[in-house]
Design a protein around this ligand. Structure first.
Ligand code: ARG
Length: 598
């Protein structure tokens, strides 16, 4: 569907052209003074200078031409030369009804659909998921859903960190602890056990211990490096241990991502890029890009227009070991071969920006991807604790994701219990909520609190993770949005207790708050399309917050269930179920859902 604002602008443009003014002055915006008008055009002011006329005269001419146009209920020229517009209630209702008939609520599908690879999650095998990986998962998942919503072909890849030094560290530490394992017997030739020699909790203890050791003990560190190299070169017993590490970790990771309602099409990792390294090097050599620097193979990537120094990209270490850039470049070879993507988007902490600048430049120079392929780095800010410092546990350690989720769920649980108690005291309800029910609800609401708390900030900014604020049922929070959806559900249910809900046309609005609600609804396609184009879930959050508030105002000022005019009532019911549909589509895109009661 054409956007509402485009329809209006088209007609304003026709008026400018008919009056022989340049159409560039016909720009229409949503009014920043909703008390005065809904849309405005300020072009007469700029045109006045060029055509040597008073702005108000030009505005007046345009308004004259537009009077009687079906879009406008009111249109006037206001000093010094504004054109203020209010939509006609009929036209607005008509637009909203068209939205209602469309299964994407008036959004235009991507033309043509693009093939997009999304690289998010990025968990490191054998290390526990921590809050740093939370943002990547939450933002990436939402962007996946947004791109898909508009019909693009999207492939999501978790791109595990499964190939680096941490593997060598674990292998080395394992050898210290259990030297008797067959993997460390050089003369062993049999099959390796199917069963892993550790559990996930042991693994999560082994890694930090080995990592700490390597910082103090240089001999240990050397051995870990060697083990990493041997693993990367394919030494069978180390490969066998590595497989165990992968299996045990991935099982645990899947559980964690499931809890977050985050999923991936591909569970590839840095290790999967290995087989593409020769081709990657070949492409670089062929273009004469590789040169040696202090024993390592590097590619220069600086450009004349750089304002800061971009160091050469190291693609291979002197001992032949793969680096972070090696695996990212080789992964692009694989992605190009498998999908020929139009776009590849990466979601990591913005501190990795330099790495991606280097990788993208090498990829383009070496022709790993085509000139047209968009490589996008979506760097996000740090999630801080209340004091403004990176989020930590009370003891000062790195917060594990599981614990963080549990804390939020607890906070929501307490809130649900407290509200229920208050409702009983105020005699709003008789029924105490059961512990089981409240726990179940706290899971759904807690996820909304976490995700909305994150996504409502512009991704590149740092933000403060404030459990109390995020889980509050009032204000700009996930629970507040859910609360409004639940309220609509309950009105619809009560209506349906006595009446069959008919799907009918929504009538033109009769009150300001009803019109305001329709105006917000009518922006749906505009907001969603720009959120997708700008990779900006926070725009969807701002939109549903506005919609919730506007709905609330409408609800306060309208008798819905006790409305005596049956036709009008049915129109209200259809209107609010459209609001519910829009809100639910949006939260689905953000990656959470609403309960039936709250
Ligand atoms: N494993 C990395 C980390 O924890 C993130 C991986 C991001 N993706 C990529 N293709 N480099 O920092």
């Amino acid at each position: 569907m054409k956007k509402l604002i485009e329809l209006i602008e088209d007609s304003v443009r026709q008026a400018f052209i008919a009056s022989e003014y340049d159409e560039k002055y016909a720009k229409v915006t949503i009014s920043n003074r909703p008390d005065l008008c809904e849309y405005q055009c300020n072009g007469a002011m700029a045109a006045a200078k060029v055509y040597h006329k008073a702005p108000i005269a030009i505005a007046g001419e345009i308004v004259e031409r537009l009077k009687g146009n079906k879009f406008f209920g009111e249109i006037e020229a206001v000093m010094p030369g504004f054109i203020n517009m209010k939509l006609s209630p009929d036209f607005l209702a008509d637009y909203v009804n068209q939205m209602k008939e469309d299964d994407k609520l008036g959004c235009n599908m991507a033309q043509p659909p693009k093939t997009i690879v999304l690289d998010y999650g990025g968990a490191n095998v054998a290390k526990p998921l921590h809050v740093g990986h939370l943002r990547s998962a939450i933002i990436g998942e939402s962007v996946k859903r947004m791109y898909r919503y508009l019909g693009n072909h999207v492939i999501s890849d978790v791109h595990l960190g499964d190939w680096g030094l941490q593997m060598g560290l674990i292998i080395t530490e394992l050898q210290v602890r259990q030297p008797e394992l067959v993997y460390f017997d050089e003369s062993y030739t049999g099959e390796y056990p199917k069963e892993a020699p550790f559990t996930i909790s042991e693994l999560e203890e082994i890694y930090p211990c080995a990592s700490a050791k390597s910082k103090e003990d240089s001999e240990f560190k050397e051995r870990a490096h060697e083990a990493t190299l041997r693993l990367q070169k394919g030494y069978p017993p180390y490969r066998a241990i590595w497989k165990h590490i992968l299996n045990v970790s991935i099982e645990d990771l899947k559980k964690n991502y499931d809890n977050l309602n985050v999923s991936f099409d591909l569970w590839k990792g840095e290790s999967d890029a290995e087989e593409y390294i020769p081709q990657m090097l070949y492409l670089m050599k062929e273009k004469g890009l590789l040169h040696e620097s202090q024993g390592a193979m590097v590619v220069d990537v600086k450009e004349d227009s750089d304002t800061k120094e971009i160091p050469p990209c190291i693609v291979q270490k002197s001992d032949g070991a793969a680096l972070y850039a090696t695996s990212d470049l080789a992964t692009l070879v694989q992605r190009q071969k498998d999908y020929q993507p139009d776009k590849v988007v990466y979601f990591t902490d913005k501190r990795q920006e330099m790495h991606f600048t280097q990788v993208f430049r090498v990829a383009k120079k070496a022709g790993i991807v085509g000139e047209q392929t968009e490589l996008i780095f979506n760097g996000f800010g740090t999630m801080n604790g209340k004091g403004g410092k990176p989020f930590k546990t009370r003891e000062g350690g790195v917060m594990r994701l599981e614990n963080l989720i549990a804390e939020v769920e607890n906070a929501v649980y307490e809130l649900i219990m407290k509200r229920n108690q208050e409702d009983i005291e105020k005699k709003k309800t008789m029924k105490p909520v059961s512990e089981e029910e409240a726990r179940k609800l706290a899971k759904v609401v807690g996820l909304a609190a976490i995700k909305y708390g994150d996504l409502s900030n512009q991704a590149s900014k740092d933000y403060i993770f404030d459990i109390d604020r995020f889980s509050s049922f009032d204000g700009n929070t996930g629970p507040y949005i859910l609360y409004n959806i639940v309220r609509i559900k309950s009105i619809l249910n009560r209506y349906q207790e006595n009446t069959v809900m008919e799907d009918t046309h929504i009538l033109p609005p009769v009150s300001d708050s009803e019109k305001a609600l329709m105006l917000v609804l009518a922006k749906y396609n505009d907001v969603l399309e720009s959120a997708v184009n700008e990779i900006a879930p926070h725009r969807i959050c701002a939109y549903i917050y506005e919609m919730s508030d506007t709905f609330n105002r409408f609800y306060q000022d309208t008798k819905i269930l006790s409305c005596e005019d049956g036709k009008r009532q049915l129109s209200y019911i259809n209107l609010i179920s459209l609001v519910k549909r829009a809100l639910e589509e949006c939260i689905e895109l953000l990656g959470f859902s609403a309960p039936d009661k709250m």
